[in-house]
Design a binder for this molecule. Structure first.
Ligand code: XBP
Ligand code: MG
Length: 234
């Protein structure tokens, strides 16, 4: 599939689902292991998790699941915000261990795609609503040794008040780089990510991932199954 990348100077990558299948191989097993560690009787399967992914941010996701259980704050089964914060921290620690153990690899063609961007004198960056610790684990364990040029900008969940689909993360990235949105291409695997980028004025390359395989991606410039099927024109 040919894709004309000449209009773009900067390529802003989402992380989860886009760079690697970190949701199914990292976050989901880490959430379940964290529940066990904190003696919380919750276990999420892929079907439940797919629904929960509509809420971006791990802590936000935990709170929305608690709400859906219909447990009242007075009930001793009700996990407090403090407990959910600890669960989230434990989840991120376990996620880091899974990355270190080599449980996750970059999506097919991704490394080559990023290195081609650099070889053509262009830059790449990261705009994610995951935590810095998770991005750093993925960078160190999966990407660092393979990627020629470090990202020009990294925006993570802690940098924004409102996570995707709000445009704040993308607006912050273009403000930091001092560029116009029309020279940036966002690469996203979810509707929330696409909405965030489009509302910030960026065009989007959508890549299908495990949990969003059937997304509509209306307004995307191009929809691909894998980076490896793209023949970029620089
Ligand atoms: C996807 C997300 C993230 C992760 C969990 O972010 O929704 O919230 O599931 O991350 P993106 P944290 O695709 O934009 O990278 O637990 O660190 O919040
Ligand atoms: Mg994503």
């Amino acid at each position: 599939m040919k894709f004309d990348l000449r209009p773009y100077e900067l390529f802003l990558f989402d992380v989860d689902g886009t760079i690697a299948e970190t949701e199914g191989l990292g976050h989901l097993p880490a959430f379940n292991a964290a529940f066990e560690k904190h003696a919380i009787p919750w276990r999420w399967d892929a079907q439940v998790y797919r629904e929960l992914l509509k809420i971006t941010g791990g802590f936000e996701r935990l709170k929305s699941y608690r709400l859906a259980q219909g447990i009242n704050p007075g009930n001793d089964q009700f996990p407090s915000d403090e407990l959910l914060k600890s669960v989230h921290l434990t989840k991120n620690q376990i996620y880091g261990e899974l990355m270190q153990a080599g449980k996750v690899v970059a999506r097919p063609g991704l490394i080559n795609f990023i290195n081609q961007i650099s070889e053509h004198g262009k830059s790449w960056g990261v705009v994610t609503t995951t935590s810095y610790s998770n991005w750093n684990s993925l960078w160190r364990s999966v990407l660092k040794n393979e990627i020629q040029q470090i990202p020009l900008v990294v925006i993570c969940g802690e940098d924004v008040v409102k996570k995707k689909p709000d445009p704040e993360a993308y607006l912050l990235a273009i403000e930091k780089m001092g560029v116009q949105p029309n020279i940036c291409l966002a690469i996203e695997d979810s509707e929330n990510g696409l909405l965030s980028a489009r509302q910030a004025g960026l065009e989007v390359l959508a890549v299908r991932s495990q949990f969003f395989f059937d997304a509509q991606f209306s307004g995307a410039k191009l929809i691909a199954n894998e980076f490896s099927e793209l023949h970029p024109i620089f």
